[in-house]
Design a protein around this ligand. Structure first.
Ligand SMILES: [Zn+2]
Length: 211
């Protein structure tokens, strides 16, 4: 083996090592972009542009999942394709003609995150809107009692006392800016029901005694 050959081999090895380090760095950056777990990504990818399985209160494993405290999204999460897919699939799930709802929370489709969709009956055309990292920061003393049902508790309804007006704080999923909205009436009831889901609370925990 001559000296020139050895030098060339060493140069090649150094180049390959540099290339490897650059690739490892790029892979590291891509991986740290979102906080979605591999389980969450698997659950979302299981239903590509389809309705998702709704977790049921009567199933023991589902029930324990529904009782968990959910986690917030990062800005990177909100900008990701996996988040967009989750929103699209939650919408298909709540619009399912076999079991249509007026709202849905991410834990109901097996994703323990602070995300809800609410049908805004207080807006023209009554659109479904998504609210990420949503919290209610004001509950009016004025209450209303009304019957509620839940996609996770089929074929049951019960009366619940809710505030007539609430203020909801959330992150706008397009602008990523913190927002607040004052909501009254039936839409306010849906917000209270769905945001309860994010804290592991179900409407059956709050049943109002029948008169
Ligand atoms: Zn529900």
């Amino acid at each position: 083996m001559n000296l020139r050959f050895t030098t060339n081999i060493l140069r090649l090895m150094t180049y390959n090592l540099r290339l490897l380090l650059v690739l490892v760095f790029i892979a590291g950056c891509t991986k740290s972009q979102t906080s979605f777990t591999s389980d969450e990504i698997e659950t979302i990818n299981k239903y590509p542009q389809q309705k998702m399985r709704v977790l049921l209160y009567d199933d023991k494993t589902d029930s324990l999942f529904l009782r968990q405290q959910t986690k917030e999204f990062s800005d990177e999460d909100l900008q990701s394709d996996i988040f967009k897919n989750l929103k699209a699939q939650m919408l298909l799930t709540v619009l399912d003609t076999a079991n249509t709802g007026v709202g849905i929370a991410a834990p109901q489709v097996g994703i323990s995150r602070r995300l809800i969709a609410v049908q805004r009956f207080d807006k023209p055309d009554e659109p479904f809107e998504f609210y990420a990292n949503a919290y209610i920061v004001y509950f009016s003393d004025e209450k209303r009692i009304g019957a509620e049902g839940c996609l996770s508790i089929p074929n049951r309804r019960g009366n619940v006392e809710r505030s007539e007006t609430i203020v909801v704080k959330y992150i706008d999923t397009e602008s990523l800016k913190p927002c607040a909205d004052t909501v009254s009436g039936f839409s306010a009831v849906i917000f209270q029901h769905e945001i309860d889901h994010l804290d592991g609370v179900l409407y059956i925990d709050k049943l109002y005694p029948d008169a």
